[in-house]
Design a protein around this ligand. Structure first.
Ligand code: ATP
Ligand code: MG
Length: 321
């Protein structure tokens, strides 16, 4: 299977890049970062200097949200997280979607025997008990199982139902530079919990027909969360996903999105790329499956932009303080 749109994508299987397995959790994987970095250097400059020089804040919590299904939330969560880890950032993914795609996409079983996001939300386990290592050095995950679907109903009857995730993780994320929350395709209580716990939202927008449909609903929800539960919430950015340059519709959607969101839209556009869609079936981020493909390179660039925006936001905040 090949993606004719991607010149670098020959369709030939390439040897996967194996990550170092012995890197301690929470500590950026030097060998993984160097490996990813060196190859990335061959085609594109590394996106950012290592953590100490980024100027970004520790434990920055970003929700990856869009209530529309299949727009690239999980793909962006996994691959942005991997690209951030590859440049020395310590990253935690919180899989808040009962479909468990971020969990399985990182090679973890969908029904593991460890504590998971459900336990965290209902108060049965702590953040430290639920976070576990992944195959990517420097990237940890709070996995999920289908049990989380039940949590959405159970949460309704619990105290501080919109604050369950925030209460469980606030002030405890200092071991990581970034915490990325993969949201389900709805604006229900799980997404509300993610938006209440997050400091910023990253919105993946698929370059397809009806991409902007429902966006005003998402924006209203973000505003509602901001007014009622989480004053500091802001939109970090909008990432255009599955862009197909052969398709004029993709360009039209991208133009519309840039008109609507202005400079909130990242310059990096994630191309439709068959390697990106193949990687989860191997339980790997695309950066480990095929670092050279256009999809991997795009996520490396996106990580650079995210870090640069964080640096700007942090300095604005510092000046205001
Ligand atoms: N850049 C891409 N190129 C090709 N396929 C992609 C790309 N990004 C995502 N996909 C594929 O599109 C499908 C949907 O992506 P993904 O699961 O990330 O979306 P989602 O928004 O998380 O979905 P859901 O709303 O169900 O959680 C998946 O099969 C994924 O492999
Ligand atoms: Mg998903």
């Amino acid at each position: 299977m090949s993606d004719p749109d991607q010149p670098g994508d020959t369709g030939e299987p390439k040897p996967p890049i194996e990550p170092a397995m012995d890197t301690p959790s929470g500590a950026p994987g030097v060998s993984g970062a160097a490996e990813a970095g060196s190859v990335a250097h061959a085609e594109t400059p590394l996106p950012a200097p290592p953590q100490a020089e980024t100027g970004a804040r520790r434990g920055r919590i970003l929700a990856i949200a869009n209530q529309k299904g299949g727009v690239g939330k999980t793909t962006t969560t996994i691959n942005l997280a991997t690209a951030l880890a590859a440049v020395g950032q310590a990253v935690l993914i919180v899989d808040l979607d009962p479909q468990a795609n971020a969990t399985t996409g990182l090679g973890l079983p969908p029904k593991g025997d460890r504590y998971n996001a459900y336990d965290l939300l209902v108060g049965a386990a702590t953040l430290a008990e639920t976070a576990q290592k992944t195959i990517v050095p420097g990237l940890d995950i709070i996995p999920t199982t289908v049990d989380l679907a039940g949590a959405e109903i159970e949460l309704v009857g619990l105290e501080r139902r919109e604050y369950r995730l925030r209460d469980a993780i606030e002030g405890q994320c200092g071991a990581w530079d970034f915490v990325l929350i993969d949201c389900p395709p709805s604006l229900g209580l799980l997404t509300l919990n993610a938006l209440t716990a997050a400091e910023a939202v990253l919105v993946p927008l698929q370059c397809e027909y009806y991409a902007l449909e429902g966006i005003s609903h998402l924006i209203r929800t973000i505003e509602r969360v901001k007014n009622n539960f989480n004053q500091k919430l802001e939109v970090q950015g909008v990432v255009l996903t599955m862009f197909d340059k052969r398709n004029t519709l993709s360009t039209a959607v991208a133009d519309d999105a840039r008109r609507f969101f202005g400079n909130k839209v990242y310059e990096t556009v994630i191309p439709r790329n068959v390697r990106v869609s193949e990687a989860p079936s191997f339980g790997k981020p695309v950066l480990l499956y095929d670092l050279h493909c256009a999809g991997s390179q795009a996520y490396v660039h996106l990580a650079g932009e995210v870090i640069r925006r964080e640096r700007v936001l942090a300095s604005i905040e510092q000046q205001a303080a």
